[in-house]
Design a protein around this ligand. Sequence first.
Ligand SMILES: *Cc1c(COP(=O)(O)O)cnc(C)c1O
Length: 410
Amino acid sequence: MATINDNFLKLKAGYLFPEIGRRVNAFCDAHAEANVIKLGIGDVTEPLPGAIREALHSAVDEMGANQSFRGYGPEQGYDFLRNAIAENDYQSRGCDVSADEIFISDGSKCDTGNILDIFGPNNTVAVQDPVYPVYVDTNVMAGRTGEADEDGRYAGLTYLPCTVENDFTPNVPEQPVDMIYLCYPNNPTGSVATKETLKKWVDYALENGSLILFDAAYEAFITDEEIPHSIYEIDGARDCAIEFRSFSKNSGFTGTRCAFTVVPKSLKGKTADGSETDIHSLWNRRQSTKFNGVSYIIQRGAEAAYSEAGKQQIGALIDFYLTNARILNEGLQSVGIDTYGGVNAPYIWLKTPEGMKSWEFFDHLLDKAHLVGTPGSGFGASGEGYFRLSAFNSRANVEEAVTRLKKLIG
Ligand SMILES: *Cc1c(COP(=O)(O)O)cnc(C)c1O
């Protein structure tokens, strides 16, 4: 009989969202009449912008004619999209990133997991706590951790608690760590990192030979002019950081699928014999072997996000979600709830009232107000006593949610 990768058995069984789904389904079965509003999973709700839909349609038509039909594309993505990204997301902000350092993919979830293929099994890893669960679980699968304790903390990982005291932006660790995941604007806390904060991380990484895995999936939600959009706005980041971006949350692409990863050519890693080698060519090799590129049609859709009309429509979409976040924030604060985030991010991180545990508040909210959110403890031990509400919903649902919250808590 074939043996299995035993690391999978270390994974905590009840992954957060299935457990939420289970409790919501049980509630709905028992209360068929209830109008349950879901502010839980971080998934967009508004339609694809028109400029993107038009680009998708015309790419479909191209595929329908002999002279413009395309088969396999480049594994790294088409130049038209890589160039648009390099120009609009990086060069326009003064970041030194070239088109051939950008790898198009079908999602940042897969990229943040797949990147581990090219790094050694003995690297030490640090994550923010609470954290996007993908970073942790993929490292468990890859064998970089021991077993989990009662609070769900895996042996061998360095957890960086994000607390009220540090404004949900933890400081660099005392000891050297090989790989560090940073997510800004943050899921789940909605916190952002200033230039000074990111500079501390880049300086730490350069000093200790660490690699920063920077997840900027929510970059488009930054409204504050002082907040950097990319880690490459910091001097030295080209020598210590990989950046992940996605069209999912800004362009409504969660169901359409397109993302990209930036691997600078100057980035180095260490081989077993202690010599330096470049990481860009390893990722290129990995993608060329295990990935066959994103659909031409989808890449044309993503390209349209950078057209004048596309930029304007995406701006309106982001505004819409951020207004939802403001309405939620104001409603919660008006009944005395402490809230964080929701200004440069589509998530509101709130302190549960009366010291309730995260899951206790989840059940309370579902039972009494027919509202679904995400228990903070599901994102990590330091999330206990907190709760995440997402601004991804219709205006009517957000307003109704606030009315119910005020009635329940006020
Ligand atoms: C939604 C999200 C992503 C994007 O994932 P895709 O696979 O590109 O849809 C990446 N990182 C975080 C933290 C997210 O919340």
